[in-house]
Design a protein. Sequence first.
Length: 99
Amino acid sequence: MNIRMLPPTDVRYQSRTFCGRIYTGAPGVAIDVVDFDAAELSANGWVWIAPSGPTSSRPAGALGPYPAAPGVHFFDTTLNALIVFDGATWRNPATGTAV
């Protein structure tokens, strides 16, 4: 699973390297990072948005590191949209429409 993140505005922290993976971003441009690097980036000023991936990777069960529980957010890269789970259906949080 990837995590969608926003890089910090401080240029000193916009480029980070972890275990050979290089992350470089610009303020206001979100990027997807592997989930096990998200905590390190967050500690360096990056902002965690939500787990991300294609529609087929949406969390589906109650177990696992990213369960499908009411209120869980997911950035669907197929739809290019942030969505939220209401306990039964994934929805567009701005309109309430099922997606």
